[in-house]
Design a protein around this ligand. Structure first.
Ligand code: NAP
Length: 536
């Protein structure tokens, strides 16, 4: 062993990312009495997506009283749908209130993670130096790496080009001809926010979105006072927001045709703002509402009705100098291009940097579709938990509920490691059984097969080559139940002294797994019963 290896820092847990997921993990670990952990953050501040997205109009379209931690309520949310500066400030406050600063490592982008099967820990290479950790919590978020489409000629565009999540605040939009590309949640907030100051705005719409009224309003000082003095009123408000969304879920997951009724509301909403029948036709979706994320806005359609705003009903195909060419041949002159074209969701960049027990990366394992037990543990990646992993996304409710459910799972995972380690007289690791991951994923696919995301007649980033690897097909209460406890029978328990070399480990794991499924295996603690079982 070299001197460098001897002095290399080791922690019990390394959390990657200091957004909602990573900060929540830090709070829950501390509450569980685990203080030997670091939070590795590539940027210089906390906040994740709410730090990076500073575009004009940026706000959350989930009500703030639901889009916040249950353990860190904020009675002073200023609006139903608070803006990015307030959400970012909330996360800074959570960081201070829960004493998380000593755990934070800024400018520590994780470059590579490699599982060491003999030492039963992760070797981590970061921009601020190497370390090792028994457990890694990947909370990098699905919306962290911007996706800019590969448009021929874009490099030769003489004007400004930026992505919604990397807004160039140094660029003055006033009096400019601006093209906005995309009609997702980001673009429909940007368009109304900038239309007044630009000379001309052209929206490149590949697919029209279903847009419902946002019903935003200021939360009055009296309400804030009441929520502060009588916490039960705040809890009641949150519970009501949660319950309404739970009740809506069935239409999305099981009865997409019921969403026709909501389409009528959306069409009326459009008709109220748009008089021009040709523009209405261009803005009317031809797929079931809910298939893509339903958008909420009160000022999107009015902005599109302005005389200096154009909607090109086709995607951006090519750039020739300062001329933007749409797929339908329309040509538009522009001074600036703003891409509201989303993120690398189904091809999470972190997956290329994680090398598991068999020498393959998570990206390689997920080539044919992301899959993880209970949205958290991928087979062959021991002690590696993903927050907002495969099939954990929601169409209707707050992702903070999903994050908190996964954090409860993390805490139980840590407890199981302690219990199993104490029984075995040393260190152990838990590796999801391939059969358990398969059973879980099959169940996801079966349930999603009748959901609006699969049968609604659209293409979306929820789908990876036709497979829905992103959305959770149930209510948040179901997800909470499914992640309340770690079922150890769904895992192989690894111990250092028994670990086989990597090339034979995969076969051994599969054999043990097959035995466990037929009930003939022993080996791992509690092996056998849980892998193929329906667990919720
Ligand atoms: P997005 O939902 O992935 O939308 C990307 C848009 O870009 C789509 O409309 C897509 O068209 C379009 N596009 C891609 N390439 C194009 C091209 N060459 N020409 C024209 N259009 C093109 O991205 P996003 O709006 O940034 O939102 C990402 C996610 O962030 C959302 O779903 C949401 O979860 C989250 N978000 C949330 C909030 C919030 O309020 N909570 C706000 C903003 C974002 P197609 O539809 O045809 O693919």
């Amino acid at each position: 062993m070299t001197g460098a290896e001897l002095t290399r820092e080791h922690v019990r847990v390394a959390v990657i990312g200091a957004g909602f997921g990573g900060l929540g993990a830090a709070v829950r670990l501390r509450r569980a009495g685990i203080t030997d952990f670091v939070v590795l953050e590539r940027a210089g501040a906390v906040g994740g997506t709410w730090r990076d997205n500073t575009y004009p109009g940026c706000a959350c379209d989930v009500p703030s009283h639901l889009y916040s931690f249950s353990f860190a309520p904020n009675p002073e949310w200023p609006r139903n749908f608070s803006g990015q500066p307030h959400i970012r400030a909330y996360l800074e406050r959570v960081t201070d209130t829960f004493g998380l600063r000593p755990h934070l490592r800024f400018d520590a982008e994780v470059r590579a993670l490699r599982w060491d099967s003999r030492a039963l820990h992760w070797e981590i290479d970061t921009a601020s130096g190497p370390l090792t950790a028994d457990v890694v919590v990947s909370a990098t978020g699905p919306l962290s790496d911007p996706r800019i489409p590969d448009i021929p000629g874009l490099a030769g565009f003489p004007g400004a080009v930026f992505h919604s999540s990397r807004w160039d605040h140094g660029y003055d939009l006033r009096g400019k001809r601006v093209a906005v590309i995309g009609t997702g949640a980001s673009a429909i907030q940007i368009v109304p926010a900038i239309q007044r100051e630009v000379a001309r705005l052209t929206l490149f719409q590949r697919t029209p979105a279903w847009v419902l009224p946002r019903m935003d309003r200021r939360i009055s000082a009296a309400e804030q006072w009441l929520h502060t003095r009588v916490p039960a009123t705040r809890a009641l408000r949150r519970a009501a927001l949660w319950a309404v969304r739970e009740l809506q879920t069935g239409a999305f997951t099981k009865r997409p045709d019921a969403l026709r009724l909501v389409e009528r509301v959306a069409l009326r909403h459009m008709r109220r703002a748009i008089d021009d029948p040709a523009l209405r036709a261009r803005l009317t979706p031809d797929y079931r509402l809910g298939c893509k994320r339903v958008l909420l806005s009160g000022d999107y359609y009015p902005a599109l009705a302005q005389p200096h705003v154009d909607v090109v009903a086709a995607g951006l195909k090519e750039v020739r100098g300062s001329t933007l060419v749409a797929a339908d041949g329309t040509e538009t002159e522009a001074d600036a291009i703003i891409f509201g074209t989303g993120f690398h969701v189904t091809d999470m960049p972190i997956a290329r940097r994680v090398t598991g027990a068999y020498g393959t990366t998570l990206a390689e394992e997920w080539r044919d579709g992301m899959a993880a037990l209970r949205g958290t543990s991928a087979a062959g990646f021991p002690n590696f938990l993903t927050i907002i992993g495969p099939n954990t996304g929601l169409g209707t409710s707050s992702m903070i509920l999903v994050i908190e459910a996964q954090l409860a799972y993390l805490v139980d995972f840590m407890r199981q490691l302690d219990v199993l380690g104490a029984g075995a007289g040393g260190k152990v690791a838990l590796d999801a059984r391939p059969s358990a991951v398969r059973a879980w994923t099959d169940r996801m696919r079966e349930r999603l097969s009748r959901s609006v995301w699969n049968v609604g007649g659209c293409d979306s980033w929820y789908l990876q080559d036709g497979l829905n690897t992103t959305v959770w097909p149930g209510t948040t209460a179901e997800f909470r139940r499914a992640t309340r406890r770690v079922d150890v029978t769904e895992y192989r328990v690894l111990r250092p002294e028994r670990e086989a070399p990597p090339d034979t480990a995969r076969d051994t794991a599969r054999d043990a797994d097959a035995h466990a499924e037929t009930g003939t295996g022993s080996g791992a603690v509690g092996a056998g019963s849980g892998a193929g079982r329906r667990a919720w």
